[in-house]
Ligand binder design. Structure first.
Ligand code: 6R9
Length: 656
C-alpha cells in the first residue's frame, strides 16, 4: 500500500459521518429535508406521493382504510394492473426501444429486451398461460434461476391477475413441494437447468422430484436453458416454453383490471415455527411502495442503468430488480451467475460494460470483495456510478468504508436499507440526497415510516440502549396477511406490542435495534429463531427438524454463529443416539438431510456432536450460549444451567 493510500485508509477508519456529495444532491430526486415534516403533518394522505408513481385505471376512494386493522387496506377501490404499469405505459410514452432488461449470462452471452420486446413476450406468455387454464387469482409457482423468462413469467401472471409465488432455485425439491401444496398452486414454470461456474446443472430433475410430492394435479412449463447440454424429456402435463411462445406468437392480452387490494404475489419466508410463511402482497400498495422507494431511495430515473445483484427468488429481486425499476421505466441489469466466475472481477466488468449508474448489493458480497482485494475493481472504470446501496443484513463500518472508497471512489452516497419480505420495500435508510451517512447505522425511518425502538414493555428506550425495533404506523407496502392464516399473521407481527382494546396496532419485525440521539437506527439482527446467512433468512426450526430426522441423531439445536463473509453461518449441535457415534458418517448424513430438505444455502458450517445440550433448569436449550460458543465470544455466566459441565466439553470440540 502506498503512503497516500495508507493515509486515506487511516482517515476513513476514523471518520464517523459522511455528507452526501454535492454533485449527487444537486440532481437527487428528493433533496428537500422538509419531506419528513410534510409526510408527518399530512399522514396518511402523504402516501398519495407513492400512488402517483403509477397509472390507475380508476382512482382510489380513500388512501387508507383502518377499519379492519391490523389488516389495513390501501388506496381502496382503486383499479390498476401491475404489468401495464411496468410495460405498456412506457411503450405508449415512446420508450418502446429503451432497454428494459439487460441480461448477462454466466458464460458471457447477453440478451437485451427493450420495453417493446418485453411487452411482446409477456403478452405471448400471458396468452399461453391462459390457454393452459390459468385464471384470475390462480397461484402460479415459479422455480427458476436468474434467466429472463423468470421476470417475463412474473409479469405475464400480473397481466392476467394470477398471483405468482417464486421459489428460489437453490431451494430443494421438498421446499418446492411444501410451497406448492400450501398455496394449492396447480401451475409451475421452471427450466431444464442452468450454468454455475461453467457447469450445466440439472434443475428439472429436482423440480420433478418436488412435483411428485405435490398433492394435486399440476401443469408445468419448462424453459429450455441448456439446449444440448442437458438431455431431458418432458413428462405428461409438461410443455416447452419456447413452443408455447411460438404457438402464441404475436398474440396480445388485455391487462386485467385488478383492485388495489388484489393479491399481486405470494412470497414464502422463514419464521419462528417450522412452516414457511406465505407473505401476501397486493397490487396497489406494494407496487406504489416499490416504485416510490425506487424513486426516492435508489434515486432511479428512466434514463438510468441500474443493477441489483440479488436473486429474483428473494424479495429484494421482486421489488428492486423487477417491480420498482420497471414501474419507473428504468433499465435493469440482471446477472445469472456468481461474482467470481470466470474471475473475481466479474461484477466490476458488468458495471463498467453497462455503464451502471446505481448499484445495489449485499454486505456479504462486499466482505468477499474486500477479501479478494482492490486489484479487481481497480482494473475497471466505475466512474458511471452515482449511488450505491446495501441490503440484507447489518453492514460493518469497515465493509461500508471499503465500498465507499474502492467502489464509489468517495463520490457516491451509500444507502444502507433496512427492510423485510413483509415490508415490501425500504423502511429505514438515509435519503441519499438529504442526510449524512453513519457507517453501520441504517439511518432514520423514511418519511412516513414511524420506526421506534422499545423495551419489552413497549416503552421507547433511551438513546444508545438496545431494544426491539417496531413500526408504529402502517405503510402501503406492508404485507396484508399470511396466506390462508390470518391468525398467524396477527400472532407473528402484531401481538407483541399492540393494544387491541385501544385499537392501537404496532408492527414487530422481530429484529433487535438501538437508536441514537439523532434518530439513526442501528439494526442488531434477528431476535427470533432465524439465521441470516449471506442475507438469506433461514429458520433454525426447519434446519433442526431436518437434523433430527436423521437416523442416529437423538436431539439437535441449530443456531447462527458469526462468520467473516456470510455474516452468520449455521451451526448444528447434535446428540448422537445410543449406539451411534458422532463421527464423519453421521456428520455427512446430517449435512445431506439439511441440504435435501432446504437447499445448499443451509449447509452447516460445523456439526458439533455432544452428549448433552446446555439446558436451563426448566429444560430450555440455552441457544444464546450456543451462539456465543459458535461465534467464539466470551461466555456469560453458566451458573443458571442444569448441566454447566457440558459447556467446557462443547467448547473443546469447537476449538479442535
Ligand atoms: C430485504 C430482506 C429481512 C431481515 C431483517 C433483518 C435483516 C435486512 C438489513 C437487515 C440490518 C439492513 N436485514 N436489511 N439488517 N441492516 N440494512 O433482506 O428481506 O430476506 O425478509 O430479511 O434481514 O434482520 O429482519 P428478508
Amino acid at each position: 500500500m502506498s503512503q497516500e493510500d495508507a493515509e486515506l485508509e487511516a482517515r476513513l477508519e476514523e471518520q464517523e459521518t459522511f455528507e452526501p456529495p454535492e454533485s449527487f444532491v444537486e440532481q437527487a430526486n428528493v433533496s428537500d429535508p422538509g419531506i419528513y415534516e410534510e409526510f408527518e403533518e399530512n399522514w396518511p394522505e402523504c402516501w398519495e406521493r407513492a400512488a402517483e408513481c403509477l397509472d390507475w385505471e380508476e382512482p382510489y376512494e380513500e388512501v387508507l382504510d383502518e377499519s379492519a386493522a391490523p389488516t389495513y387496506r390501501w388506496f381502496t377501490d382503486g383499479k390498476l394492473n401491475a404489468s401495464y404499469n411496468c410495460l405498456d405505459r412506457h411503450v405508449e410514452d415512446g420508450a418502446k426501444n429503451r432497454a428494459a432488461i439487460k441480461w448477462e449470462g454466466e458464460l458471457g452471452e447477453t440478451r437485451t429486451y427493450t420495453y417493446g420486446d418485453l411487452l411482446t413476450e409477456v403478452d405471448e406468455f400471458a396468452a399461453a398461460l391462459r390457454d393452459l387454464g390459468v385464471e384470475e387469482d390462480d397461484v402460479v409457482t415459479m422455480y427458476m434461476p436468474m434467466i429472463p423468462e423468470l421476470p417475463i413469467a412474473m409479469l405475464a401472471c400480473a397481466r392476467i391477475g394470477a398471483p405468482h409465488s417464486v421459489v428460489f432455485a437453490g431451494f430443494s425439491a421438498d421446499a418446492l413441494a411444501t410451497r406448492m401444496n400450501a398455496a394449492d398452486s396447480e401451475y409451475l414454470v421452471t427450466c431444464d437447468g442452468y450454468y454455475r461456474r461453467g457447469d450445466a446443472l440439472d434443475h428439472i430433475s429436482k423440480a420433478n422430484e418436488g412435483l411428485d410430492d405435490v398433492d394435486h394435479e399440476t401443469e408445468t412449463v419448462v424453459v429450455d436453458r441448456l439446449g444440448d447440454d442437458l438431455e431431458h424429456s418432458l413428462a405428461e402435463r409438461q410443455q416447452g416454453y419456447g413452443e408455447l411462445i411460438e404457438e402464441h406468437a404475436g398474440e396480445t392480452v388485455e391487462p386485467v383490471t385488478r383492485d388495489a387490494e388484489d393479491m399481486l404475489f405470494l412470497m414464502y419466508t422463514s419464521g419462528t415455527t417450522g412452516k414457511p410463511k406465505g407473505v401476501k402482497h397486493t397490487t396497489g400498495g406494494y407496487l406504489s411502495y416499490a416504485a416510490w422507494t425506487s424513486h426516492s431511495v435508489l434515486d432511479l430515473e428512466p434514463e438510468d442503468t441500474y443493477w441489483c445483484s440479488a436473486d429474483i427468488g428473494w424479495i429484494t429481486g421482486h421489488s428492486y430488480i423487477l417491480y420498482g425499476p420497471l414501474s419507473l421505466g428504468t433499465t435493469t441489469v440482471m446477472y445469472e451467475g456468481t461474482p467470481d466466475y470466470p474471475d473475481k472481477d466479474r461484477f466490476w466488468e458488468i458495471l463498467e460494460k453497462n455503464r451502471v449508474d446505481v448499484f445495489y448489493t449485499a454486505p456479504t458480497a462486499i466482505r468477499a470483495f474486500m477479501k479478494w482485494g482492490t486489484e479487481y475493481p481497480e482494473r475497471y472504470d466505475l466512474s458511471s456510478l452515482r449511488l450505491l446501496g446495501t441490503v440484507g443484513e447489518p453492514i460493518n463500518p469497515r465493509a461500508w468504508k471499503w465500498y465507499y472508497e474502492h467502489i464509489g471512489n468517495e463520490e457516491c452516497p451509500i444507502v444502507d436499507t433496512w427492510w423485510q419480505t413483509e415490508t415490501g420495500g425500504h423502511m429505514i435508510t438515509t435519503l441519499p440526497g438529504i442526510a449524512e451517512m453513519k457507517p453501520g447505522s441504517a439511518g432514520p425511518g423514511l418519511p412516513g415510516i414511524d420506526a421506534t425502538v422499545v423495551d419489552t414493555t413497549g416503552e421507547e428506550v433511551d438513546a444508545g440502549k438496545a431494544g426491539y425495533l417496531t413500526v408504529q404506523k402502517p405503510w402501503p407496502g406492508m404485507l396484508r396477511t399470511l396466506y390462508r392464516n390470518d391468525d398467524r399473521f396477527v400472532a407473528e407481527y402484531w401481538e407483541e406490542y399492540s393494544d387491541p382494546d385501544a385499537d392501537d396496532w404496532v408492527y414487530f419485525p422481530e429484529d433487535g435495534a438501538k437508536i441514537d440521539d439523532d434518530g439513526y437506527i442501528t439494526v442488531l439482527g434477528r431476535v427470533d429463531d432465524v439465521v441470516n446467512v449471506s442475507g438469506h433468512r433461514l429458520g433454525t426450526m426447519e434446519i433442526e427438524s431436518a437434523a433430527v430426522g436423521v437416523e442416529g441423531v437423538a436431539e439437535a439445536a441449530v443456531v447462527g454463529g458469526d462468520h467473516d463473509i456470510k455474516g452468520e453461518a449455521v451451526y448444528v449441535y447434535a446428540i448422537p443416539e445410543d449406539g451411534y457415534e458422532g463421527g464423519e458418517t453421521l456428520e455427512e448424513a446430517v449435512v445431506d438431510s439439511i441440504v435435501d430438505s432446504i437447499g445448499p444455502i443451509a449447509k452447516p458450517e460445523e456439526i458439533i456432536f455432544t452428549p448433552e445440550l446446555p439446558k436451563t433448569r426448566s429444560g430450555k436449550i440455552m441457544r444464546r450460549l450456543l451462539e456465543d460458543i459458535a461465534s467464539g465470544n466470551e461466555l456469560g455466566t453458566t451458573s443458571t444451567l442444569r448441566n454447566p459441565e457440558v459447556v467446557d466439553e462443547i467448547q473443546q470440540q469447537v476449538q479442535e
